[in-house]
Design a protein around this ligand. Structure first.
Ligand code: ARG
Length: 583
């Protein structure tokens, strides 16, 4: 169904037509001066131009046509022809009942899309870091938003499971255990079922091997050979690769689970790589691949470029594939398997050039349709509390898990003392995820911000825990009403401005969701949640709902409470935040 404001827009449009004017679209904007009206219509200005008339005159005609309508309490004209609209109580009451009866309103979507999202990108055998946290939070929320607006959204974990890091890890395992059969090219028995390494081993091995490679050119060369050899399908190394994959994937899944981050598809770079041969043949037949110093490249620069876009390196001179080729092959695969209308990629802004090259090559070669939208959705960085890139106390890189643990220990302090043991631990986890996600989603996507667990866990501020706490309180009010058998079915009475302001805020929900999906940032939804929760808390603080003697008013308040509660659950869910039973 269409939203309240959309219905109002259509109604005014029909009235304008009755006045004898043609207008494509009526847009009502939230009033910046609420003392003059709830919403404003500014269309008289452009109509005046089209019809060569005075805008005030047109505004007058429109107002004369609708001013006695019982949907409005007041209509007035300001300045050169702005029409200010204040809705009647009757309209607002109808709207609350509509929402109350159907909070999960499926808004109309005339043009649903299949959207494929790429926001995982965790690397096998390496710890997840802050960048993975941001792509998971923003990507998951965008996926949930896209599907709640009627699209089909599919996310792929897109694990980094095919690169040099794996070669490095294998090399270090070989140095420690050269006797293992994986490294014996003459071995033809069955490889062991048990993995020779645990995830903890991997977490220790990778940073060490990576440092060694940086310091020792020979070690680096050995790692390169190891990587080339497993990518070439050496059976022993493939068997070892499978072990590393299993061990690491289990742990990566656990962490994404902790973050309420879900993927419909669990593929990785290696899956796309299988398509490289057929894709390369196709590209060669398109005659867009050129030779350059022993390598095969695709020129992707365009006439109007204002910065230099180097060619895409399709096949390196040593015969191996580049990161760009892998992403191109993944697009090839995705078009075949899921034929998406759009593919959205989330990584930090440093990968902008990479995606530019890949997207251009995909378009130029017609691997995607002209209409397929390939979108890079970068984000700013989360820094330490000093505003500098995140480091542990001893100067190392902060893993995502240790960061979550920091937030958890702050949030744990805020939980009721009578919640203990395992339950306390579980709730602390949920509150921490709310704290971290909300803090991550409230700045505009490209803005950098600082990690500040004390601030993020504050029960009073603009925080996830504040929203959880308030939402839980709404629920417990509704439960108490049930316990004393107060039933509530209909909204009938707007008590005063406090109540009215809440309803006006509810009206703007649809436009907030639309704006968020258009700019692909969750900040407006996060702000909206805070605003409506605050407005509700004001009502809660100023009234004693459960002991109110005016029963119609009490019933109205409970209906409003339930509507806001459901609305909060829905929006928190879009942000990937779960509400605990208590905290
Ligand atoms: N694994 C990469 C990293 O950690 C991110 C992958 C992003 N997605 C992609 N299709 N390239 O930086």
């Amino acid at each position: 169904m269409s939203s309240f404001i959309e219905q109002e827009q259509n109604y005014i449009k029909s009235k304008i037509k009755e006045c004898g004017y043609d207008i494509d679209e009526v847009v009502l904007n939230i009033s910046s001066r609420p003392e003059f009206g709830d919403y404003q219509f500014n269309g008289a200005m452009s109509m005046a131009k089209n019809y060569n008339k005075n805008p005030r005159e047109i505004a007058n005609e429109i107002v004369e046509k609708i001013k006695f309508d019982n949907r409005y309490q007041d209509i007035n004209i300001a300045g050169p022809g702005f029409i200010n609209i204040t809705f009647s109580n009757e309209s607002l009451i109808n709207h609350v009942n509509e929402l109350y009866n159907n909070i999960n309103l499926n808004y109309e979507n005339d043009n649903p899309k299949t959207i494929f999202l790429d926001y995982g990108g965790a690397n096998v055998a390496k710890a997840l870091h802050v960048g993975h946290l941001r792509s998971a939070n923003i990507g998951e929320a965008l996926k949930r938003l896209a599907s709640s607006l009627g699209n089909k959204a599919i996310a792929d974990a897109h694990l980094g499971d095919w690169g040099r890091p794996i070669g490095l890890v294998m090399l270090e395992i070989k140095k420690r255990h050269p006797e293992l059969p994986y490294f014996d090219n003459n071995f033809n028995g069955e490889y062991p079922k048990e993995s020779p390494v645990s995830n903890d081993d991997l977490m220790e091995i990778y940073p060490l091997a990576s440092t060694k490679a940086k310091e020792d050119e020979n070690y680096m060369e050995e790692a390169r050979l190891m990587t080339a050899s497993f990518q070439d399908g050496n059976p022993g190394l493939m068997a070892l690769w499978h072990h590393i994959m299993n061990v690491s994937k289990t742990d990566i899944k656990r962490i994404y689970d902790r973050l309420n981050t879900t993927f419909e598809v669990w593929e990785g770079e290696s899956d796309g790589n299988k398509y490289i041969p057929e894709m390369t043949t196709y590209l060669e037949n398109q005659h867009i691949v050129e030779e350059s110093e022993g390598a095969r490249i695709i020129d992707v620069k365009e006439e109007n470029d204002d910065h230099e876009i180097p060619p895409l390196l399709l096949v390196k001179s040593n015969g191996s594939a580049s990161y760009e080729t892998t992403d191109l092959a993944c697009i090839w695969e995705r078009m075949q398997k899921w034929s998406p209308d759009e593919i959205w990629y989330l990584t930090d802004a440093r990968q902008a050039l990479h995606f530019e090259q890949v997207f251009r090559a995909a378009k130029k070669s017609h691997i995607v349709k002209d209409t397929t939208k390939l979108e890079f959705i970068p984000f700013g960085t989360m820094n330490g509390s000093d505003g500098k890139p995140f480091k542990t106390r001893d100067g190392g890189v902060m893993t995502l898990e240790s960061l979550l643990d920091l937030a958890k220990s702050e949030c744990e302090k805020k939980i009721l003392p009578n919640i203990t043991g395992e339950e306390r631990d579980k709730i602390a986890d949920m509150v921490a995820i709310a704290a971290v996600k909300y803090a991550d989603l409230i700045p505009y996507r490209l803005t950098d911000y600082n990690f500040d667990p004390v601030k993020f866990s504050d029960l009073q501020g603009k925080t996830g825990p504040y929203l959880l706490y308030s939402t839980i309180r709404m629920r417990s009010l509704l439960r108490k009403a049930d316990e004393v058998n107060i039933s509530y079915k209909q909204y009938t009475k707007i008590n005063n401005k406090i109540d009215r302001d809440i309803i006006i805020c509810l009206l703007s929900l649809r436009s907030v969701l639309t704006k968020s999906i258009n700019v692909k940032s969750l900040n407006d939804i996060a702000e909206y949640l805070y605003k409506i929760t605050n407005l509700y808390n004001n009502l809660y603080a100023n009234n004693h709902i459960l002991t109110e003697e005016d029963k119609t008013l009490q019933e109205s308040w409970l209906v409003l409470t339930k509507t806001i509660y459901d609305n909060n659950l829905k929006l928190l869910n879009i942000l990937g935040i779960e509400v605990p039973e208590k905290m």
